[in-house]
Ligand binder design. Structure first.
Ligand code: ADP
Length: 152
């Protein structure tokens, strides 16, 4: 049986924190689909084509990782892609409280889909895409928070 996990987010932009969770989870799964949500209600700093390019560049050397965009419910995306696992990263108790309710709801709606949590590495647990966006707007160099080959 293929163990397929999805890792969803807006990745505006993808960070070293996101990258580290996916790379650490990789041995657990046959495939990880990194899925960029096209959430029309959310104002993003980077357009979808840029976010897609950054995520594809980040995982270009990993054949077990595929990158897609998606719209709608995560559990519907899982079903369409035959994924039985949702991968999430936990940085702190705030993430936990937020993620717990989503995971319970998803499991309630779709009992065959499990959410798998990984605790972020301590060196990345302060990395937050919204803080990075603010730094970018202030023209601050954020390269140390982004995956190595991301340039813009
Ligand atoms: P985005 O801000 O790109 O939408 P999210 O906040 O939705 O990303 O996060 C997508 C997933 O990545 C979530 O499971 C989140 O907890 C996790 N994540 C975000 N930043 C980090 C980090 N620095 N370390 C570990 N996991 C992270």
């Amino acid at each position: 049986m293929n163990r397929i996990a999805v890792f969803v987010g807006s990745f505006d932009p993808i960070t070293r924190g996101h990258e580290e969770i996916v790379m650490r989870a990789l041995p657990l799964f046959d495939q990880i689909i990194v899925a960029i949500g096209i959430n029309t209600g959310k104002q993003c700093l980077f357009p979808i084509d840029k976010r897609l390019e950054f995520v594809k560049t980040t995982f270009a050397n990993s054949s077990k990782i595929i990158v897609k965009t998606y719209d709608g419910l995560t559990i519907d995306f899982c079903k369409e892609n035959n994924a039985k696992f949702i991968l999430r990263g936990l940085r702190n108790a705030i993430d936990f409280e937020y993620e717990k309710n989503i995971a319970i709801t998803n499991n309630d709606l779709s009992p065959d889909i499990e959410t798998i949590f990984m605790i972020s590495a301590p060196e990345y647990s302060h990395i937050n895409a919204s803080i990075i966006r603010e730094l970018i707007k202030m023209e601050t160099d954020v390269s140390k928070y982004l995956p190595q080959n991301i340039k813009f």
